[in-house]
Design a binder for this molecule. Structure first.
Ligand SMILES: Nc1ncnc2c1ncn2[C@@H]1O[C@H](COP(=O)(O)OP(=O)(O)OP(=O)(O)O)[C@@H](O)[C@H]1O
Ligand SMILES: [Mg+2]
Length: 314
């Protein structure tokens, strides 16, 4: 099973207007509310492929049913620590005239010491049946420096740890020799202080980071420029699949979901990388974090072209 851990989930609200003008009244063309949270998004993708997944983490008691109804309607198992308050709503306003997205992210609920203990117990409970434990996104209010490491300390086998996070969280995470990290290019540069903007320099820096922290795989996403996959003896690169882009929000989460699902299913990094690119592109074709279909992803999978760059870098 693939367990995902979302420490700071969200409801993703997408509002579409013709043109966003501060201080004025707008007519809303479309408003949609999607179950969000980066780990939950990963589970949604694994589930699209009929993979076995359980999202866990924290959920606010007040609006728990928005999430629980969704999981039940889609037949997704779930097991969250319920905390006081409501899960936050993150709002994205899309301006059609400028093709611009403006985001408003709420702070959300705050966790207590007891909530932390309850989640640690859950993480320990889930480890034995989990092939991978995917930690995605930010930490909620009430968290403290070092807490992310404490969550990871609950896991006996570091080879199960997958991290999609940035900054301090990622720096703490890499101390646990994770199986995989999935930074985007900005997150990689900011977290590890890479100044160059040459792709070759960035790949070489990623190779050095992988070696230094003994990370099995780095899946480096580069938005519309595609992605790279790096291990001790493999460097793969691929351009993004050309698609009609609606919203790239959550493309990285989908990419990670596709990769982990396929790696688990086929035990083949090249195939997993292909799924990753297909799912990232598929996510870009849907509004907000709305789910794509398995068929859509499988069609895009055929268009992924992977270049083996190992001999250049290793
Ligand atoms: N415009 C696009 N066209 C095609 N594929 C895309 C596009 N944007 C993203 N992708 C695919 O999705 C992958 C992940 O995207 P990106 O690097 O933007 O992730 P991210 O910044 O982590 O996103 P998020 O955190 O919002 O999920 C890319 O590597 C690429 O394969
Ligand atoms: Mg991301």
């Amino acid at each position: 099973m693939i367990t995902t851990i979302t420490l700071n989930p969200a409801i993703d609200q997408t509002i579409i207007v013709d043109e966003l003008k501060p201080g004025e009244i707008h007519k809303v063309k479309i408003r949609r509310m999607d179950v969000g949270g980066k780990g939950i998004n990963v589970s949604k993708v694994v589930h699209v492929f009929d993979g076995d997944t359980t999202p866990i983490g924290y959920l606010g008691m007040e609006n728990r049913y928005f999430f629980e109804d969704f999981f039940q309607a889609h037949g997704i198992k779930y097991d969250f620590v319920l905390v006081d308050g409501a899960t936050r709503t993150n709002t994205k306003i899309i301006d059609l005239s400028k093709h611009q997205t403006t985001e408003f992210n709420e702070a959300g609920f705050s966790i207590s010491k007891d909530d932390v203990e309850r989640l640690k117990i859950k993480i320990r409970e889930y480890e034995p049946d989990s092939k991978y434990m995917v930690f995605s996104g930010s930490m909620c209010q009430g968290s403290y420096p070092g807490l992310f490491g404490e969550y990871l300390d609950q896991i006996g086998d570091n080879n199960k740890i997958v991290i999609d996070a940035t900054g301090e969280i990622l720096l703490e995470g890499v101390k646990h020799q994770p199986f995989l990290i999935k930074p985007n290019i900005n997150e990689l540069k900011a977290t590890f202080g890479i100044n160059s903007s040459s792709l070759e320099d960035i790949i070489r820096a990623a190779i050095a980071i992988r070696e230094r922290f003994d990370i099995r795989w780095i899946l480096l996403s580069m938005g519309a420029n595609g992605a790279a996959l790096i291990s001790q003896d493999l460097v793969l690169m691929a351009d993004a699949v050309k698609v009609d882009v609606k919203s790239t929000v959550g493309a990285g989460d989908s990419m990670l979901g596709g990769f982990i699902y396929a790696y688990d299913r086929f035990a083949d990094p090249v195939e997993a990388f292909r799924y990753a690119l297909a799912c990232g592109a598929a996510a870009a074709t849907t509004e907000g974090t709305e789910m794509f279909s398995k068929e859509a992803a499988m069609d895009l999978r055929k268009e992924v072209i992977i270049a083996d760059m190992t001999s250049i870098y290793v």
